[in-house]
Design a protein around this ligand. Sequence first.
Ligand SMILES: [Fe+2]
Ligand SMILES: [Fe+2]
Length: 294
Amino acid sequence: MERPPLSDVSERPLTRIAQVSDPHLGADVDQPRQAAALAALESLATALPTLDLDAVIVSGDVIIDDPDDQRDHKFAHNVLARLDLPVWIVPGNHDVGDHRVRAGLPPDWHGAEVTSVRVRAWHALWGRSYWRHDVPGWRLYGLNSQVMGSGLAEEADQWSWLHLELGELLESHPSTLVAVFMHEGVIAPRMTPPRDAWMNVPTDSGSALLEMLGRVDLRLIASGHTHRHASEETMGIWHVTAPSITGPIPLRPDMLQAIGHREPGVLVYTFAPGGFTFEFMTTEQHGPQRRFYC
Ligand SMILES: [Fe+2]
Ligand SMILES: [Fe+2]
């Protein structure tokens, strides 16, 4: 599909959204990891006025480790509530639990499995784990990747909701472009991992999602989880993974490694009618490192 260059759309309304991923916040801020997470969010809060943003999307793993630690959830909720912008959040494996099968992940890193109790606890504190927001020329969907392939009632609810949503979009605004934000993507950019690899949603769920989204003009699937920034365009769809704002996953020889940049930072998207761009900004510098035109 032909996309206009940025110069063709720069006169039109723009929406700038930061994707913040994998902060892994915890209430015990005297611990080094949790102190680093809080410092990263405070750094972002300080920089917000200079970034000219309309909203922040947090793509999961807001909690440091244990999805059942309500003290950590409340602490993270308070930290994110202090950002002076609309904040739209989807949960990660450390927030509501993980999939049953995680190829390439060391067994001792396989966390608690996703359950209805954990998803309902998320809904009670954070609100519904899937959502939509409209910006000029675009419809943005947030999805709970963690229920995909689980067989839970919450998975069926999300599929039903998305099916109805896409039908309505096709009926009323067929030319609207679509972006999806979730914790885990459907492909690992620039690599071919084994089936049901740890960095993506379960393979069958990813295929089902792409088939469902094939009805609309999907341009972007943005995810986190790998703590690495990478991107790949496949059949007109950009698959983009965001780095963690706090830091990379420690390297282990028995773990299948995703491809991408490990520096902590955020991605800033500019959505315009007809196209979008994204920039990788490091947490420390808040300066653009690379720019992609789509
Ligand atoms: Fe993470
Ligand atoms: Fe994750």
